[in-house]
Design a protein around this ligand. Structure first.
Ligand code: GDP
Ligand code: MG
Length: 441
């Protein structure tokens, strides 16, 4: 998604005259990128109309920074799509907040119930969990194990088949015990079935939840809108959690889930562990959406100029999230072979500002790259190959002296390497080998 939008935006930069056609072409490309990223067509049409209204051609012709205006309009509209115009339910201390989880089987409900209990426990709540999944064998054990791990009381039964009865009993018991956050985990099915929905409604009626949270697997693609709508039609969904955003999910489903349920996203699931739960922030979500795209575009550019012999080896290392200073050295050398450098630099985390700065001073960015290579030339082989780049001040000073650069410049380079490896860790699971260039979106 990100790289296509970035590409569309850079076409605007390249165009000498900004007119309706340039803006229309750009919007078309952005819309295609959004649809390809699993955003529903209806939403995309809306987004296109809004951006078109936000972008004032006259104003742009007057010489304001055109790219910035359009970029901001795209950013704002994506944020807008993630804002249903109502606030999420916030559990309040001093009363029993009953939260019910719904969603398809495998969406991540049971995992997320436990993550959320853990989250609120840390905030000083007294959470507890109720297993109302009597459908799937092992469901109670799974919740019980998670609850034990995070030391949170649980309620459930191996023998009782009536999910409505269990949830009612559990909630009543925990209310009596004075628990202030009672989370009810329900069962799922492989698809939206009448039986599941009926049970869901009956449980909702029995426990009268303060909030119903719809949990959706972030990687289900275009199915997101319909699935979310189906649940919204059956129960009063109040908030949304998108899971598995640590994998190959393209993120567009999140926009659809908000639109379909008219409910805010509260958390994102980013892994299988109890701590892999992020509070949702629309702006940083959109930033990430765009930023990751840039990185992937950069990686595919890398792989297109990469030494063919070394490519598979590097790809394997990157897939493990490993990116040494020597890897950076080699990639920067490759960068020197490509142009225009400023565009490439803009794609790199932490380098965008650098590139903008250099444009301002009229400096050639390749001078900066050469300076970085000079610094790395003064490092030892061990320092270049280490997974933990050098930290000790004495080494930093030695490298600065040896390369004739300032300590600040060496530290900047190490910062850049850190930002780079962090991004690589995150996208490590994505295909970046030379044979997979088309998947880098
Ligand atoms: P449920 O059927 O809706 O209760 O789903 P579960 O909680 O049992 O999760 C199904 C599978 O997805 C399990 O293997 C979980 O470990 C996994 N899972 C849940 N959330 C996440 C997530 O955010 N990231 C990843 N990678 N896996 C997740
Ligand atoms: Mg479950």
């Amino acid at each position: 998604l990100g790289n296509k939008i970035t590409a569309a935006l850079s076409n605007v930069t390249r165009a000498n005259v900004i007119d309706d056609k340039v803006v229309d072409d750009m919007l078309k490309e952005i819309c295609n990128a959004l649809v390809a990223s699993d955003v529903s067509v209806g939403l995309v049409v809306k987004l296109r109309k809004n951006i078109k209204m936000a972008v004032n051609i006259q104003e742009m012709a007057a010489g304001l920074n055109q790219r910035k205006i359009i970029q901001k309009a795209v950013f704002d509209e994506l944020c807008n799509l993630l804002d249903p115009g109502k606030k999420a339910y916030q559990p309040k201390k001093g009363k029993p907040n009953v939260i019910m989880f719904v969603g398809l089987q495998g969406a991540g409900k049971t995992t997320t119930v436990s993550k959320m209990a853990n989250y609120y426990k840390r905030k000083g709540f007294n959470p507890c969990v109720v297993c109302a999944d009597t459908y799937r064998a092992g469901a109670f054990d799974q919740l019980r194990q998670n609850a034990t791990k995070i030391k949170v009381p649980f309620y459930g039964s191996y023998t009782e088949a009536d999910a409505v009865k269990i949830s009612q009993e559990g909630v009543e018991l925990f209310k009596k015990e004075g628990k202030d956050l009672i989370i009810v985990d329900t069962s799922g099915r492989h698809k939206q079935e009448a039986g599941l929905f009926l049970e869901m409604q009956q449980i909702a009626e029995a426990v009268k939840p303060d909030n119903i949270i719809f949990v959706m697997d972030g990687s289900i693609g275009q199915a997101a809108f319909d699935q979310a709508s189906a649940f919204k039609k059956q129960v009063a969904v109040g908030s949304v959690i998108i899971t598995k955003l640590d994998g190959h999910a393209k993120g567009g489903g999140a926009l659809s889930a908000v639109a379909a349920t008219e409910s805010p996203i509260v958390f994102l699931g980013t892994g299988e562990h109890m701590d892999d739960l992020d509070s949702f922030d629309a702006q940083s979500f959109v930033q990430k959406l765009l930023g990751m795209g840039n990185m992937k575009e950069l990686m595919s550019t890398f792989s297109s100029v990469m030494d063919a012999e070394k490519a598979p080896e590097l790809a394997a290392r990157l897939a493990k999230g490993k990116f040494s200073l020597r890897d950076m050295y080699e990639q920067l050398t490759n960068l020197m072979k490509m142009g225009p450098l400023n565009k490439v630099l803009e794609m790199m985390p932490g380098m965008g500002q650098l590139s903008a700065m250099m444009k301002g001073t009229g400096h050639d960015s390749s001078a900066k790259l050469k300076s970085m290579l000079t610094i790395m030339d003064s490092m030892t082989a061990d320092e270049l190959d280490s997974d933990k780049p050098l930290k000790e001040q004495s080494r930093v000073i030695r490298v600065a002296k040896g390369s004739g650069k300032s300590v600040r410049e060496v530290e900047e380079l190490l910062e850049q390497h850190k930002a780079f490896s962090k991004m690589i860790g995150k996208i490590g699971k994505t295909n970046i080998g030379p044979g997979n260039r088309n998947q880098a979106q």
